[in-house]
Design a protein around this ligand. Structure first.
Ligand SMILES: [Fe+2]
Length: 491
């Protein structure tokens, strides 16, 4: 115990008295505590958040939250046993849940909800005891911490950062002296509308809060959930109906999935691939951008979905297909986007196909996958210096650090003013699957597997102009039991 306490001191971990008795009863907790971020206040809640209990609790609760279709199959057999049928469950789906009237009061409610919930995560994870912005003393020397939304960020003449932090009680200016604080990276990634915790001090001679620490909600380091010895394949951005849709390459992947091609090992993996997740832009759509007609081989939206359905229908029934929409699909642009409806996509009404919203959370045999098309990645790439289109998982990490899928309001990502913020990442997933940027990436962040699944469309004129080099025909696969990841090329 002495050695453990010394290690805690080195890592500036503060142990709540009740956690010490919990640690004595469970040796496994000790290593999990030491994995926590430096400076964490380790409360009993925190221990539960980091441990296996997270899966049990969130899996059960998540199922109750879901409003969409649910399909489960097979008995609850032990993991690693491929002889039982894997289960599919929709845990969270925003389809039909949209309540916003589009009025200003809903926008206020959205921001209040975001601030309250992310503020709550910050308080629990970082152990800070924040003051409301309106109660922070001005023109007095005080050490303070607060949680608020960043309403503006600008650079001063001498290269420092001036922020405005606000909550429901007020707004105050804060300054980050970049050279003095070493906060260059944290401060350089600040996004307007993101919720942060800041600690620092106020001064007698100024109204400014001098920022010494910037805290983000972030995700805890967790052991990912595991399923049986099955694989899930992740794809997105098919753009069926576009002249640049790579139908032959997709058919090559589907024939592999059917077990028609490949060596014995590959066929074995194909037979165990029981889930295909599609993160949006199934079709190219119609009227998505000016002049799109000249880039379409199928100009009718319903026919585009029929063509997509004909392709997907060639897959064996044991492959459960999960389809979320993207900005090219036949649903509203504002996020959360509901599942594609029968009005346009009746052809997708197939036995083994489940339509979900973007974002949504599905459990693939116990592995929680957060599916989000990824339109906000444009905003992150625009605003965060380390995020690029070439490496989309770097931008996805930024979303996870903020526990929010669309942190910037009023830029490229249209967000529906809702009473509750659907884009917030309450429950930490095992996998975050995005698309949209048409570049491939696979990585992990604090136990969360990050996948951007590229595209099945060759370089478009727009991408040529923007200098974006897409990664078509690559399929990321993940073994649900071991978490092993691989990528297969079909182009
Ligand atoms: Fe796309």
């Amino acid at each position: 115990m002495k050695e453990f306490l010394e290690k805690c001191a080195e890592r500036r971990l503060l142990l709540h008295p009740e956690t010490v008795s919990m640690l004595g009863a469970d040796g496994g907790l000790v290593s999990r505590v030491l994995d926590l971020p430096e400076g964490t206040v380790v409360t009993p809640d925190k221990l539960l958040e980091t441990g296996p209990a997270r899966r049990e609790v969130s899996g059960g609760n998540g199922a109750a939250e879901g409003g969409g279709p649910a399909r489960t199959g097979g008995e609850a057999a032990s993991h690693g046993n491929a002889s039982r049928e894997p289960s599919l469950e929709v845990l969270v789906d925003a389809t039909g849940e949209s309540e916003g009237s589009g009025e200003l009061r809903d926008l206020n409610a959205l921001f209040r909800d975001r601030l309250e919930r992310l503020g709550g995560i910050l308080k629990r994870r970082r152990g800070i005891n924040p003051r409301k912005v309106g109660t922070i003393p001005r023109k007095m020397e005080r050490q303070v911490a607060t949680v608020g939304m960043v309403s503006s960020v600008s650079e001063t003449n001498n290269g420092n950062l001036l922020l405005r932090i606000e909550d429901e009680t007020g707004e105050m200016p804060a300054i980050v002296l970049l050279r003095d604080t070493g906060l260059t990276e944290e401060a350089g990634a600040l996004l307007v509308d993101e919720v942060v915790g800041v600690a620092g001090h106020t001064r007698k001679d100024s109204d400014l809060l001098l920022v010494e620490e910037i805290m983000r909600p972030d995700v805890p380091s967790v052991e990912p959930g595991r399923g049986g010895n099955y694989y899930a394949a992740f794809i997105s951005d098919l753009h069926v109906g576009s002249t640049t849709f790579l139908g032959e390459e997709l058919e090559r992947f589907f024939s592999w999935l059917r077990g028609d091609v490949g060596n014995e090992e590959q066929r074995d993996i194909a037979a165990k691939t029981r889930f295909l997740v599609i993160a949006g832009d199934v079709v190219d759509g119609v009227g998505v951008y000016p002049g799109q007609e000249s880039h379409l081989s199928v100009t009718d939206l319903v026919e585009q979905y029929e063509e997509a359905a004909n392709l997907l229908d060639t897959l064996p029934d044991h492959v459960e297909i999960i389809v979320a929409p993207g900005n090219h699909d036949a649903v509203r642009q504002a996020e959360p986007q509901p599942a594609v409806s029968d009005e346009f996509a009746e052809a997708l009404d197939m036995k083994s196909l489940t339509l979900v919203s973007s974002p949504s959370t599905v459990s693939l045999d116990g592995v929680k996958v957060l599916v989000y098309h990824g339109r906000s990645l444009d905003d992150v790439v625009n605003c965060v210096p380390s995020a690029t289109y070439e490496e989309p998982t770097a931008a996805m990490k930024e979303l996870m650090r903020r526990r929010h899928l669309a942190p910037v309001y009023g830029s490229r990502t249209p967000i529906s003013p809702e009473k509750s913020d659907f884009m917030l990442v309450d429950d930490v997933p095992d996998v975050l699957h995005c698309g949209h940027v048409h570049t491939f990436g696979m990585d992990s962040y604090r136990g969360v597997t990050l996948i951007n699944s590229g595209t099945w469309q060759s370089q478009t004129d727009f991408q040529k102009r923007m200098g974006i080099e897409p990664d078509p025909g690559i399929v990321p696969l993940m073994n649900l039991s071991s978490g092993e990841r691989m990528k297969l090329r079909f182009a």
